[in-house]
Design a protein around this ligand. Structure first.
Ligand SMILES: [Zn+2]
Length: 210
């Protein structure tokens, strides 16, 4: 059992999806929908703590249970604002639209905040090991990592990000393989069922998806 298990033994009911996408996409996908209703997977301190806990192995920053237990409303707001800026930038990129400079500034500001370094700890009778140490604290370092991942994703020459085309889905995914249209098999099934339904309701071909 994970040493962090007592912190979040149960994920939130119908919590945000974790689809194995690049971390920046998992982050923006905390804005998601359940049966057509939009949800915020970072809505409060418990939700943010759970998401960070669930993704903890994808961060270089080490988050202890104590750090997660100390998350406050202002931390939630910072993560939400960074997530929303990253999401709008990815949306602008996928739509071929101009980005909002304020979103670029938000991501770049977060990316410059956290800088940690390894401190060598070597007791006489033990093995040398590195303890990550930072001046900003692990929550800011996690925001910086998310900002770096967002920049990496948006500027990657090889990654192609797409919005899921299933009805009601608001998630993004990395388009591998290139013809993939849905974020998950569940969305693929729903989209095929909707197409089948529309085809039988409307004998004329439906208009192409915008
Ligand atoms: Zn989807």
């Amino acid at each position: 059992m994970s040493p962090h298990a007592p912190l979040a033994p149960h994920p939130p009911a119908e919590g945000p999806p974790l689809l194995g996408e690049p971390l920046a996409l998992e982050f923006v996908n905390t804005h998601y929908a359940v049966r057509g209703c939009l949800r915020d997977g970072l809505a409060g301190t418990r939700e943010l703590a759970w998401w960070l806990w669930a993704c903890r192995e994808r961060f270089a920053t080490v988050l202890s249970e104590e750090h997660l237990a100390r998350i406050g409303p202002s931390d939630v707001m910072c993560f939400q604002q960074l997530r929303d800026a990253a999401r709008r930038l990815i949306e602008a990129q996928t739509l071929g639209q101009a980005p909002d400079p304020r979103d670029i500034a938000q991501v770049n500001r977060a990316g410059g905040l956290g800088r940690s370094w390894p401190v060598l700890v070597w007791e006489n009778d033990g093995r040398p090991h590195a303890v990550p140490t930072g001046a900003c604290g692990p929550l800011l370092e996690c925001q910086a990592e998310l900002a770096h991942e967002t920049v990496r994703l948006i500027t990657s020459p090889t990654l192609t990000v797409k919005p899921c085309l299933a009805p009601g889905c608001v998630l993004y995914f990395e388009r591998t393989p290139p013809r993939r249209e849905w974020c998950s098999p569940g969305c693929g099934n729903r989209a095929r069922a909707a197409r089948h339904y529309n085809r039988h309701r409307n004998p004329t071909p439906p208009p192409a998806h915008p």
